[in-house]
Write a protein that binds this ligand. Structure first.
Ligand code: BDP
Length: 682
C-alpha cells in the first residue's frame, strides 16, 4: 500500500453499474499462444481482473459464456480472426492493437500484429476498467505515434544514481547486478503498461566499471536483464564509453577512422549480439562534460557515430548519439560564447551526414532541463537526420521530488511548439515522431526518476511524471489533464471529489514551482553541484556557461542578433522574430533572450522587479495551498499514501519560503527598488 504497485495497483472499489459489465466479460480468458510475451499478457489480465473484480477468472469459457480472447492476428483462433478487418489490422501497425467487443461472438477480443501489441492491448483494457470506462461496445484501434519510447537510467554500477531522488539504484548495488528478479519484473511490467519499448540501463557518464558491461565479465548479467525486459517487449540498450578501445581493448587510440578501432567495435558488436540477440544499441555521450569523443582525434560527431553504427548495422542495432555538447570550461568574463547556441552550432552543419541507423538525441531545450526554457532550435533544423527528443523525468532542476512538479504540461507545451519548419505548421511532436520528414527512427527518450524507494519515485505524486511520459510517448495528443486523471484513478480512487483535489494539485504545480524559483526564463539560480535550493549567484562566476548577468540596473542574457549572441537567429520563421524582439518576446522567456532594466514593463503591465516580488510572494502562498488542499484528503485515501505526500508538501511549503526570501532579497539589494506593497524583504 506504499505505492509500490503504482498504477498497476488494481484497486477494487469500482462503480456498481460498470462492475456488472466487467464481471460478465471478465469471467474467462482465452489465450492459446505459447509465446512468452503473450503468456505474460494473459497472466497480467488474469491478475488485474481478479484483483479488480474480486472473482476468479477461468481459462476456458463455458458454452456461450462471455469472455476475453487475446492473441496475435496470425495465431488467434480462427473463430476470432474475422473480428478484425484488413483495414484495422493495417492501422494497428507493428506495435499497436485492436480491441473489439462482439456480442454475436460472446467475445471481447484483443488482437495485434506482435506479441508486444497484445500486451499493450491488455494493459489498455485494464486501464479502461481501472478508470471505470464502459467495455461492452468497444471498437478501439491504437498504434503508438512514436517508434522509440525510451527510458534512460542514469544508474551507476556502485548503486548510486546521477540525479536520482528516489533512493539508490534497484538495478545495481556495490558493483553487482541486483538479484531481486521480482522487482525487475515489476519494473518491466510497469514500463510496458505505458508502452515503453526501450531502456538504457546505465548512466550516460560511463565510468570505468560500467565500461566493462560490454565485456565477458558482465555481458552474461546484462543478458539476464535483457531476458526479463524481452518478455515485456522492451529492448535493452547500453551507454558506452567512446574510449573503450583504449580502456578495455588495449588499443592506443579510439580514433573512429582507424581500421583497428573499427575492427575492435565490429568484434565487440558481434560479441554483444551473441549474448543478446535483440540488443537495442548504444547510447553515447561524447565530447561532453569531459567525456571522451571523436574531437580528440580531430574527427566530427558524424564520423564518431557512423563508426559505431557500422558495427551495429549487421545486427540490426542503432546508435543513439546525444547532442548535449558544449564548452563546460568557459570563462565567465566572455560574453560572446553562448552555451545555448552550442548544440545547434555543432549539429546543424552535420545534417544529412549520419548513417541511417544513427539517431540524434536532443534535449528539449538548449541548456539543461530548467523549469522554463525555449524549445531547442535543433527541432525543425535537421531535415535529413533521425532524431529523438530527450526529456528529464527526474526532477533535477524542478524540485528533486521533494517539491511537486507535474511535468506533463511542460512536455505538452514543448511538443505543440511550432517550429515553422516546412512552412506554417510543423509542431515539435511531428518532427519527433518522424512524420514531418519520414524519419525511420524517431520518438522520445527521458531520464527516469525511479530508484529503490518503495514507491519508485520518492515523491508519490512524481509517479505521475513517469506514467505521463510513457502515455505521451504513445500518444502526444493526450492532454495533461487526461493523463493526470488516469493516473489518479488508477492509483487512488474513482471518487470524483478526491480526483479533483489531486488533479488540481498536479495541474497547478509546474506554475507554482516556476513562480518561486528563477524568474522569467533565466534559470540556474540553484546551488552548484547538487542543484537543490536557491543560490542566485551559484553559477554566475563558473565555467558552465549559465549566467543571469544581474547588476544594479538590470538582468538577463542578450541573445538578440543586434547586440547579443545571435542565438535567436537559430529559430525559423516567426519564432526568430518574436524571440529577437524585446517588444514581442513572451514574458515567461524575457530574461532568456533579453537583458533589461528592472523597470522594464512586461506584457502583464508589471515591471520586471515588481513581477519578481509578486510572483515569489504568490508562489509561497500557492505552495502552502497545495498542502492545505492535500490535507482535505486525510481519512479519505489510504493513510500510507496520504502521509508520504503530506510530508513532502510540508517541506515544499517551507522551502518555497527560502526561495522567495533569497530571490526577493537579492533583487531588492541589487536594484534598491522597493516592493510596491511593502512586504517583508530581508
Ligand atoms: C545535466 C546533469 C548531469 C548530466 C548531464 C547530461 O547535471 O549530471 O550528466 O546533464 O545530460 O543535467 O549528460
Amino acid at each position: 500500500e506504499s505505492g509500490y504497485h503504482a498504477w498497476l495497483s488494481y484497486n477494487k472499489a469500482l462503480p456498481g453499474a460498470q462492475l456488472e459489465q466487467y464481471r460478465q466479460w471478465g469471467g474467462a480468458i482465452v489465450s492459446l499462444e505459447e509465446q512468452e510475451t503473450i503468456q505474460a499478457a494473459a497472466a497480467e489480465l488474469k491478475l488485474g481482473l481478479e484483483a479488480m473484480l474480486g472473482h476468479s477468472v477461468s481459462a476456458a469459457p463455458n458454452q456461450g459464456q462471455l469472455h476475453i480472447a487475446l492473441g496475435t492476428f496470425d495465431s488467434l483462433h480462427v473463430r476470432y480472426q474475422s473480428l478484425f478487418s484488413e483495414k484495422e489490422i493495417e492501422a494497428a501497425e507493428a506495435e499497436g492493437f485492436v480491441i473489439r467487443t462482439s456480442h454475436a461472438d460472446s467475445c471481447l477480443a484483443i488482437g495485434a500484429a506482435s506479441p508486444a501489441g497484445v500486451l499493450y492491448g491488455v494493459f489498455h483494457l485494464l486501464r479502461l476498467i481501472g478508470t471505470g470506462a464502459a467495455i461492452d461496445e468497444l471498437a478501439i484501434i491504437s498504434a503508438p505515434v512514436n517508434g522509440l519510447r525510451m527510458i534512460n537510467h542514469w544508474d551507476n554500477f556502485d548503486g548510486s544514481i546521477e540525479r536520482g531522488y528516489a533512493g539508490n539504484s534497484f538495478l545495481y548495488k556495490n558493483n553487482r547486478f541486483t538479484e531481486d528478479q521480482e522487482r525487475l519484473r515489476d519494473y518491466a511490467r510497469m514500463m510496458a503498461s505505458v508502452g515503453i519499448n526501450a531502456i538504457a540501463i546505465n548512466n550516460v557518464n560511463v565510468h570505468q566499471e560500467e565500461t566493462l558491461f560490454i565485456t565477458p565479465t558482465y555481458l552474461p548479467q546484462v543478458a539476464k536483464l535483457a531476458d526479463i525486459f524481452r518478455v515485456y517487449g522492451i529492448r535493452l540498450y547500453l551507454s558506452i564509453n567512446f574510449a573503450s578501445p583504449i580502456q578495455i581493448g588495449g588499443l592506443e587510440t579510439a580514433d573512429p577512422l582507424e581500421l583497428d578501432v573499427q575492427g575492435w567495435w565490429n568484434n565487440k558488436a558481434s560479441e554483444i549480439y551473441a549474448a543478446i540477440p535483440d540488443f537495442g544499441g548504444f547510447l553515447v555521450k561524447a565530447d561532453s562534460e569531459n567525456r571522451p569523443g571523436p574531437f580528440t582525434y580531430g574527427r566530427d560527431h558524424a564520423e564518431g557515430a557512423n563508426m559505431l553504427a557500422e558495427a551495429l548495422l549487421p545486427h540490426g542495432g542503432i546508435v543513439i548519439w546525444r547532442c548535449f555538447v558544449y564548452n563546460c570550461k568557459q570563462d565567465w568574463r566572455d560574453r560572446k560564447t553562448d552555451r545555448a547556441r552550442a548544440a545547434y552550432d555543432h549539429f546543424k552543419p552535420l545534417d544529412g551526414r549520419f548513417n541511417d541507423n544513427v539517431v540524434l538525441q536532443i534535449k528539449n531545450g538548449p541548456l539543461d532541463f530548467q523549469v522554463r526554457e525555449p524549445v531547442s532550435p535543433l527541432f525543425g533544423a535537421l531535415e535529413h537526420t533521425n532524431q529523438l527528443i530527450e526529456f528529464q523525468i527526474t526532477q533535477e532542476y524542478t524540485g528533486q521530488q521533494r517539491h511537486l512538479c507535474y511535468l506533463v504540461p511542460q512536455w505538452k507545451e514543448i511538443l505543440e511548439f511550432n517550429t515553422y519548419a516546412e512552412g506554417e505548421k510543423a509542431p515539435v511532436k511531428r518532427v519527433v515522431d518522424g512524420s514531418l520528414w519520414g524519419n525511420r527512427i524517431n520518438g522520445m527518450a527521458a531520464v527516469t526518476n525511479v530508484g529503490e524507494d518503495w514507491n519508485w519515485s520518492g515523491h508519490l505524486l512524481a509517479q505521475a511524471n513517469l506514467y505521463g511520459y510513457g502515455r505521451l510517448a504513445w500518444n502526444p495528443d493526450l492532454t495533461a489533464e487526461q493523463i493526470a486523471s488516469e493516473w489518479i484513478q488508477l492509483v487512488f480512487s474513482l471518487d470524483a471529489a478526491i480526483h479533483d483535489v489531486i488533479s488540481g494539485l498536479l495541474m497547478d504545480s509546474w506554475s507554482i514551482y516556476e513562480s518561486y524559483t528563477a524568474p522569467l526564463g533565466i534559470g540556474w539560480m540553484v546551488n552548484p553541484n547538487h542543484h537543490y535550493g536557491p543560490n542566485v549567484d551559484g553559477y554566475e562566476y563558473s565555467p558552465w556557461g549559465t549566467y543571469h548577468f544581474a547588476d544594479h540596473k538590470g538582468i538577463g542574457v542578450d541573445r538578440t542578433v543586434q547586440t547579443g549572441t545571435g542565438y535567436s537567429a537559430q529559430y525559423m520563421g516567426a519564432n526568430a522574430e518574436v524571440y529577437n524582439s524585446l517588444e514581442h518576446c513572451p514574458d515567461e522567456l524575457l530574461l532568456f533572450f533579453h537583458h533589461v532594466p528592472y523597470t522594464h514593463v512586461l506584457h502583464s503591465g508589471k515591471t520586471v522587479i515588481q513581477h519578481i516580488y509578486d510572483n515569489h510572494f504568490e508562489g509561497v502562498e500557492r505552495a502552502a495551498q497545495l498542502l492545505s488542499a492535500w490535507s482535505s484528503l486525510q481519512g479519505r485515501i489510504k493513510e500510507e499514501l496520504y502521509s508520504q505526500v503530506e510530508e513532502r508538501l510540508r517541506e515544499q511549503a517551507r522551502h518555497a519560503e527560502e526561495w522567495r526570501d533569497q530571490i526577493n532579497t537579492y533583487f531588492w539589494r541589487k536594484s534598491g527598488i522597493e516592493d510596491k506593497h511593502h512586504r517583508k524583504i530581508y
